[in-house]
Write a protein that binds this ligand. Structure first.
Ligand code: TXA
Ligand code: MG
Length: 351
């Protein structure tokens, strides 16, 4: 049976943290909050613990895990030939939603890196996560704490839905702050490359490094012609059970198109859900309209995205229409997740 304990996000209960830390040190799995999404943690240097993570998630074993650390010096322990750029980025963004890929040291088992000679490392900005790492005396390998193929969990209840009965413990510290996974930057080539967009944008990275940062062409392509460099980015992630379609264009035209499709679905007896914003939610005719946040506040959109996709599943939506969110800063990260959830099904409307 899975222990489920609620802790304070700022000052987690010591006794609860000790139980969790002992489980990690014993090779068991504990789900815990970070500032991005909930992670499913196990001892990163223990191949058996890593194998348990893959089994609990139903995750393909060629998809590497991120090693979570609480001290900068541990980057030098799990990494080899760590470049100067890593130090600059750590100074600017750690603890925080940035994962860096470097060459791995011999201490890191291939079971954790999915057989790769590189390792993904991140220092999370969350008191519970940092305390769990320190107290356990381990470095913690943690993918998002969802069943493979489901949206990443942004609340303890999401983790329970997916992993209850499959792991030793869940630490619930309430909803996360950011809501989408960390930015991943690969520092193993001459030019740093973003493999997964997130809260930290290429512009922010490039400013700190004082040089160009490129984006993996494989994550921008709308088809399968280019392979993304992060193994996890190639899977059809985050897909709700219903058919999700993104509708792009001028606001009025988008509303009209979605309403037209909604009435057609009603005649055909298909259950429709619309993903709208605070600004537009009253304009839709579907029985269920979910507001993802304010268009003006892209952080609110990121925070609610995965929870809304889960709600679409629990309400058994058959057809889901979503507005598009090419917002200024995090827009790329948000659209990357939404496009994948939609299997790149996009309708562009014009007046
Ligand atoms: O925000 C986050 O990063 C969350 C929290 C829990 O920290 N974790 C997370 O882990 O999103 P996961 O396993 O769901 O995603 C890790 C991604 C995958 O796409 C994986 O393929 C990629 O990182 N990755 C890990 N190691 C890699 C490596 N050595 N080279 C390239 N990609 C790597
Ligand atoms: Mg994941």
């Amino acid at each position: 049976e899975t222990k489920y304990i609620t802790v304070d996000a700022g000052q987690p209960d010591e006794e609860a943290m000790q139980i969790a830390a002992d489980l990690i040190a014993a090779g068991e799995l504990v789900a815990f909050p970070t500032e991005t999404v909930y992670g499913l943690g196990g001892n990163a240097l223990d191949p058996t613990a890593s194998a348990r993570i893959y089994a609990a998630k139903g995750r393909p074993s060629d998809n590497p895990l991120i090693v979570h650390i609480a001290e900068y010096s541990d980057l030098l322990r799990v990494g080899k030939q760590v470049p100067e750029d890593a130090k600059k980025l750590a100074d600017a963004f750690w603890p925080g939603p940035l994962t860096m890929i470097v060459q791995k040291s011999d201490e890191v088992p291939y079971a954790t890196t999915g057989g790769l000679d590189t390792v993904a490392v991140r220092m999370p900005n969350h008191a519970v996560a940092l305390e769990l790492i320190k107290r356990s005396g381990c470095l913690i390998a943690a993918p998002s704490a969802n069943t493979s193929g489901r949206p990443s969990p942004t609340e303890g209840a999401h983790v329970r839905e997916d992993l209850s009965g499959k792991i030793a413990m869940i630490l619930d510290a309430g909803p996360v702050g950011i809501g989408i996974e960390s930015t991943i930057i690969d520092l193993t080539e001459d030019t740093p490359m973003v493999l997964r967009p997130g809260y930290i944008t290429p512009a922010m990275l490039s400013k700190v490094l004082g040089k160009e940062v490129i984006i993996d062409p494989g994550i921008i392509a709308a088809d399968d012609t280019r392979k993304p460099k992060a193994p996890g980015m190639k899977y059809k992630h985050y897909a709700p059970k219903g058919n999700l379609v993104l509708v792009e264009g001028a606001t009025e035209a988008v509303i009209a198109e979605i309403n037209r499709r909604t009435s057609r679905n009603r005649i055909e007896g298909k259950r429709t859900i619309v993903i709208a914003t605070e600004e537009t939610k009253s304009r839709y005719e579907a029985d269920t309209v979910l507001s993802i946040g304010e268009r003006e506040d892209e952080e609110s959109i990121a925070r609610h995205l995965y929870g809304i996709l889960r709600t679409c599943d629990s309400l058994n939506a058959q057809e889901i229409y979503s507005e598009s969110f090419a917002t200024p800063k995090m827009g790329q990260a948000i659209m990357n997740r939404l496009l994948k959830a939609a299997g790149h099904e996009v309708i562009r409307v014009s007046e």
